[in-house]
Write a protein that binds this ligand. Structure first.
Ligand code: TXA
Ligand code: MG
Length: 341
């Protein structure tokens, strides 16, 4: 049986000998293996059930290791690594030509670019240092389930024994995956929004990044085209002010369905007054700051799975700061079901 623990040396030894160990980062838990070992990398893809055309992020513990993987990154990328590494930022570079053509992706394929990130979580940094290799790590969930923000989420997804160990660091700090930025051109392009926002990138580089994560444009990060982050029950995202959302839920809630609600205490208070006769829904509080909403989002979605609800309504947060990333994940979880209440 897969168990969590706090033995960094053990996890590093597993990675060094070609096995897979999950570990906490500040964003979400990662499924770590030696990025230069094709067997380990193939095992990551197998364990996760990830399509081979979706590349992996390589994790480093020393910012200068970047230069082992890429030649002459643009000046603005250096500014970004100085400002945000270690931290929740992944940059996609052109890969050095003398590296294995598959490195950064599935061993049976080829990639020209490579995603690199230096995480800030002390356990992650220590693990990478002791492992002594580039640690390839996708989020430590099965493809299609919400990313793990607690060790128990990893254990739930990999009860099949397809990974060797989980380092337990408790609840992560950020809660949504890193911002992914393509830095192969003259302008940074945000492939996946995260805690490092477009505004923060513009401030540091003097260049407003392009964003291609909108639902209207074709996906640029291969991972963005797959079904993602979804709880088991269908979820609908509710956009609007508190009283309109409360009214919508009261009017349209189906009393024959086990309903999960992810709403703020303010909406809950209004909702009570609208809704005296309905059965009690399963209510999880949407936090009052963007940071708390992000930190708990995936745990909330997984709780709805455990409660076995039939249908979920989630309140959309403001789009400021990390709100862009939260909304992006919520929209994906809702698979396009968005209602303007
Ligand atoms: O916060 C995170 O980034 C977490 C922690 C563990 O570091 N990792 C993570 O990995 O979220 P993953 O594999 O679940 O998501 C990586 C995303 C995918 O959408 C993938 O397509 C994209 O980054 N990506 C990776 N390498 C890329 C590349 N060379 N070019 C374009 N997109 C890339
Ligand atoms: Mg993922």
């Amino acid at each position: 049986m897969l168990r969590g623990g706090i033995d960094i040396k053990k996890a590093a030894a597993i990675i060094t000998r070609g096995g897979i160990a999950a570990f906490p980062t500040e964003t979400v838990y990662g499924l770590g293996g030696d990025a230069t070992n094709p067997k380990a990398v193939a095992q990551i893809y197998n364990a996760k059930g990830r399509p081979g055309d979706n590349p992996l992020i390589l994790h480093i513990a020393d910012p200068d290791d970047l230069y082992k993987l890429t030649d002459s990154p643009p000046a603005y990328a250096k500014a970004l690594s100085d400002a945000f590494w270690p931290g929740p930022l992944t940059m996609v570079f052109n890969k050095k030509l003398d590296l294995p053509t598959w490195l950064g992706g599935h061993p049976s394929g080829t990639t020209k670019t490579i995603g690199i990130r230096m995480p800030s979580h002390p356990i992650a940094l220590e693990l990478i240092r002791v492992s002594g290799c580039f640690v390839a790590a996708p989020s430590a969930n099965k493809a299609g389930t919400p990313s793990p923000t607690k060790a128990e989420h990893v254990i739930a997804d990999f009860a099949d024994g397809s990974i060797d160990y989980v380092l337990d660091g408790g609840l992560v700090e950020v809660g949504v995956e890193s911002t992914v930025v393509d830095v192969t051109g003259s302008t940074p392009i945000i492939l996946r929004p995260g805690a490092i926002t477009a505004h923060m990138i513009a401030k540091v580089t003097g260049i407003m990044p392009q964003g291609s994560f909108s639902s209207k444009t074709a996906p640029r990060a291969p991972g963005m085209k797959y079904r993602h982050y979804a709880p088991k029950a269908p979820m609908t995202l509710l956009v609007g002010n508190d009283s309109d959302i409360a009214k919508y839920i009261s009017l349209y809630i189906d009393k024959n369905k086990k309903t999960g609600l992810l709403i703020t205490a303010d909406v809950e208070a209004l909702f009570d007054s609208f809704n005296n006769n309905s059965p009690t829904p399963y209510l999880l509080p949407l936090g009052h700051t963007q940071e708390i909403i992000a930190q708990n989002l995936y745990d909330n979605l997984r709780q709805f799975d455990r409660l076995g609800v039939d249908i979920i309504y989630a309140q959309a947060p403001n789009e400021e700061g990390i709100g862009t990333a939260i909304l992006d994940r919520m929209k994906k979880a809702a698979e396009g079901r968005v209602i303007h209440a």
